[in-house]
Design a protein around this ligand. Structure first.
Ligand code: SF4
Length: 310
């Protein structure tokens, strides 16, 4: 085992601190750039918006609030932020943690007390996962709160990996090419929901949360678990990423570069009325090339996940 003499250890410590500070600074720049890019690409926040940031107390929503607070300082437009936490009355939920944290950071906030825990416990049979009903109830409450607070946007802490996992879940189990959008109109039709962490890797959020020492509250206080299929696919995506770095970014890039003429949805492409045009098309299909079997696996991921404006 390596041991350091006292003077050598003393010399190492500042070097470690400098390295940590360097890494933290690099991560900070990356996160700010990715969040700023997502906001710009999808026009998520506009002048005069009041953005309600849903803060569960987990690492993702903490990072979302933290990054939006700092981006607001340098944003070219003025907008408001209000943090909202839904206290679902789970046993052991440390109700004082978030108000203390938010007050210490000077963030306007609202805590909504709603005992959804009892409702979910009552309605979901023992042994089944409660997350689906819990999320549905939570969504309805948060939409109501957004209206009461006069929020124009609702920001959620879903990140890149959530988006990719959702795409795969829908393909594997739902038979649809459908993901998790970075911006959408809420199902009650009254709000715009945004996901500013759309380009951010979960591992980066984990590192950021550790660096910033957010007071994390786990979502598993209720004893439930996210559904097993999602857990398995998430593990699969992580393993792919470990083996083939860049694959997750490639999948996200694919979600922003859809080619309807090379899929099978006749509502998106006029297959039925398709005719030869009489003109060569350099971007057209090379009909008899089996590019799927010839493609080299996992080409280098794009440097940035830009959404091209059409
Ligand atoms: S883990 Fe518990 S609190 Fe979190 S979504 Fe599932 S049921 Fe709700």
């Amino acid at each position: 085992m390596d041991t350091l003499t006292a003077p050598a250890a003393a010399a190492e410590a500042p070097r470690d601190n400098r390295r940590q500070a360097f890494e933290a600074n690099k991560l900070s720049k990356k996160l700010h750039r990715q969040v700023g890019q997502a906001i710009a690409d999808f026009n998520m926040i506009e002048a005069g918006d009041k953005v309600m940031v849903c803060l569960s107390g987990g690492k993702d929503s903490h990072a979302l609030l933290d990054l939006l607070l700092s981006l607001r300082e340098r944003a070219p437009v003025e907008f408001e932020l209000v943090a909202v936490n839904l206290d679902q009355k789970q046993p052991g939920f440390p109700a004082e943690v978030l108000p203390q944290y938010l007050s210490s950071r000077g963030v306007p906030f609202h805590i909504e007390d709603q005992d959804t825990y009892s409702i979910v416990k009552r309605l979901v049979p023992e042994g089944q996962t409660m997350c689906s009903l819990c999320s549905r109830l939570r969504r309805g409450i948060l939409y109501r709160v957004a209206s009461e607070l006069g929020a124009t946007k609702i920001a959620l802490g879903h990140h890149r990996d959530d988006m990719v996992v959702t795409l795969l879940m829908n393909m594997f189990f739902g038979g649809r090419l459908k993901g998790m959008p970075p911006k959408l109109a809420s199902d009650d039709g009254r709000h715009v929901v945004i996901r500013p962490l759309a380009y951010v890797a979960e591992t980066d959020l984990e590192r950021w949360a550790a660096h910033r020492q957010f007071p994390i509250i786990p979502c598993t206080l209720c004893g439930s678990q996210d559904n097993l299929q999602r857990v398995q696919i998430k593990a699969m995506v992580r393993e792919w990423e470990r083996q083939y770095p860049g694959r997750t970014d490639n999948m996200l890039h694919a979600m922003a570069h859809v080619v309807p003429s090379h899929l099978m949805d006749a509502r998106l492409h006029p297959f039925r009325t398709l005719q030869a045009t009489g003109r060569p098309d350099a971007g057209g299909d090379i009909a008899f090339d089996d590019d799927a079997s010839c493609a080299s696996p996992d080409p280098a991921p794009p440097q940035t996940i830009r959404v091209e404006r059409r």
